[in-house]
Design a protein around this ligand. Sequence first.
Ligand code: SF4
Length: 201
Amino acid sequence: MRYLVKETFGPTLQGEGAHAGRPCVFLRFAVCNLACTWCDTDFRPEGARRMEADEIVAELARLDVHGARMVVVTGGEPTLHWDAPLADALREAGFRTHMESNGTRPLRAPVDWLTFSPKPRFHGEKDEIVFERADECKLVVDETIGDADLARWGGGQFGELFLQPCMDERYREHLARTLDLVARHPRWRLSLQLHKILGVP
Ligand code: SF4
């Protein structure tokens, strides 16, 4: 028993970024190396299950009742768990793997779509960014995000660029800041958390 799985669920929709609206299933690992104050995910190890790769694949295949064969791999921080045996097992079962990571740990096995979501103000001493490329960069906009952050992450190596307002109690303020940033930096696009707006898991 190897992987610490917090939950699997589906069928549902990817709610964020370039693939928003696509049907998929989710694989959520437990544990994160960061502790963002506005984190909206329960990644505590309590209640998580230790599962083998073939058990994870079988469970995701059961959930994928419409045959979308797309799995969003998230956490917590999924790079703490992701490895070649699980990547191979999912690929052999026909799944495309889409991962969201904070970019502070190396990706030890390939994925089909990599979302880099940096949270530098929450980094500890050992939490340097190690990603050098991604398919998309998704920056969660709170009161601290500004022009300098867009310049830092918008150089091109991180693919498609998204700004997503943080949906905490100051959402309206964060949305206004996001719209202003998008208007002034048109290479960045607005991303909304569709699943929350629509009320899907
Ligand atoms: S990196 Fe993501 S999962 Fe980890 S604490 Fe921050 S928002 Fe939550």
